[in-house]
Design a protein around this ligand. Structure first.
Ligand code: HEM
Ligand SMILES: *[C@@H]1O[C@H](CO)[C@@H](O)[C@H](O)[C@H]1NC(C)=O
Ligand SMILES: *[C@@H]1O[C@H](CO)[C@@H](O)[C@H](O)[C@H]1NC(C)=O
Length: 333
């Protein structure tokens, strides 16, 4: 009986294998959604609970947690390097240009980690917490659901130069941004789908001011920005001052994860230059923008796939890295 059960198990595992989105990792190991099923069965429930509480208190928090995972994965892989504070041996990525006065949600990650350390000490990595929090944030704001491959471990270092060089800037050209994605193993489809994250969250005046006043160094605004929308933006984003003033990335439904971001791009009302160029600078990405604007289902499906792909960027597995006790610092030995 036990023997035939074993055979059934092996057969069903083989049958399911092609459906697994498990990513091969640099540690030679694989990430898979059931990683904590035995070592910390309540892990996913605990993450979801804390994220839901945080988003209920601050609707923007979902966006901030989603972005944190992106800024982590693009620098040395999804290894929680972004969470480390500065110390004797570490210069924090929080100081880097894309993160300074901008990245947020660190206290929520701390709260999740605290709860998980109580439930199952030194078991769930900070990198996995971020991947789960990004998924939960997407679902809680109305977006698609997916199973998150797990088993990442945490870095023992950070890279400010990596943050400055590898995370795309809002005024980068289309080619520069695509090149930065390709370096991570992501393609133009991933670029357009993942940019759809900008259907939630905010950006500061300083992230798009150039478009309003002097886009190409000739004292002219960016004419691929709807000019009445631009005039409206100028009222709270003056030529100088107000750098930190906040604006919705998707003015139509700023806290709802939907496809209105893509509709905005078709109306020349993308907030960032990096958003609008997906529609204006490349024929392939333009078609993808249209496709997702017309069909939210297709956007949701691709978004989930691309998030899994992004989450698989060179994780630490096996004996590489560590499971931090406190996400802000490396363990002391
Ligand atoms: C394609 C290249 C990208 C560029 C140039 C870019 C740039 C930016 C900038 C400049 C901001 C506003 C920051 C501020 O002013 O404080 C922002 C916000 C945001 N980004 Fe991106 N981003 C890109 C891709 C992504 C990706 C791939 C994701 C997630 C998978 C993402 C998720 C977000 C979210 C959710 C926010 C709002 C955060 C908040 O409200 O706290 N972005 N992005
Ligand atoms: C992009 O923005 C940065 C920071 O504001 C600025 O230093 C740089 O000159 C801009 N690059 C281009 C090509 O406009
Ligand atoms: C626009 O930018 C260029 C180069 O960055 C600068 O030389 C010029 O003075 C600026 N023009 C205005 C009107 O601010």
């Amino acid at each position: 009986m036990a023997h035939s059960m074993g055979i059934v198990m092996v057969l069903s595992l083989l049958a399911l294998a092609p459906l697994c989105f498990c990513g091969k990792t640099s540690g030679g190991g694989y990430l898979y959604p059931q990683f904590y099923d035995h070592s910390c069965p309540k892990a996913q429930e605990i993450v979801k609970y804390v994220v839901a509480k945080a988003v209920a208190e601050d609707p923007r928090m979902g966006a901030s947690l989603l972005r944190l995972h992106f800024h982590d994965c693009f620098v040395k892989g999804c290894d929680a390097s972004i969470l480390l504070d500065s110390s004797k041996s570490i210069i924090s990525e929080k100081r880097a240009i894309p993160n300074r006065n901008s990245a947020r949600g660190f206290e929520v990650i701390d709260e999740i980690k605290h709860a998980l350390e109580k439930e199952c000490p030194q078991t769930v990595s900070c990198a996995d917490i971020m991947a789960l929090a990004a998924r939960d944030s997407t679902v809680l704001t109305g977006g698609p659901n997916w199973k998150v491959p797990l088993g990442r471990r945490d870095s023992i270092g950070a890279s400010v130069s990596g943050s400055n060089n590898d995370i795309p800037a809002p005024n980068n050209t289309f080619q520069t941004i695509l090149t930065k994605f390709k370096r991570q193993g992501l393609d133009i489809v991933d670029l357009v789908a993942l940019s759809g994250s900008h259907t939630i969250g905010n950006a500061r005046c300083t992230s798009f001011r150039q478009r309003l006043y002097n886009q190409s160094g000739n004292g002219q605004p960016d004419y691929t920005l709807d000019q009445s929308y631009a005039a409206h933006l100028r009222t709270r984003c003056p030529k100088s001052g107000g750098d930190q003033n906040l604006f919705f990335l998707d003015y139509v439904s700023p806290v709802k994860f939907d496809n209105s971001y893509f509709k905005n791009l078709m109306a020349y009302k993308g907030l960032l230059s990096s958003d609008q160029i997906l529609f204006t600078n490349n024929a392939i990405s333009r078609e993808l923008v249209k496709k997702y604007a017309y069909n939210q289902e297709l956007f949701f499906e691709q978004f989930a796939k691309s998030m899994i792909k992004m989450g698989n960027i060179s994780p630490l597995t096996g004996y590489k890295g560590e499971i931090r006790k406190n996400c802000r610092k490396v363990n002391a030995y």
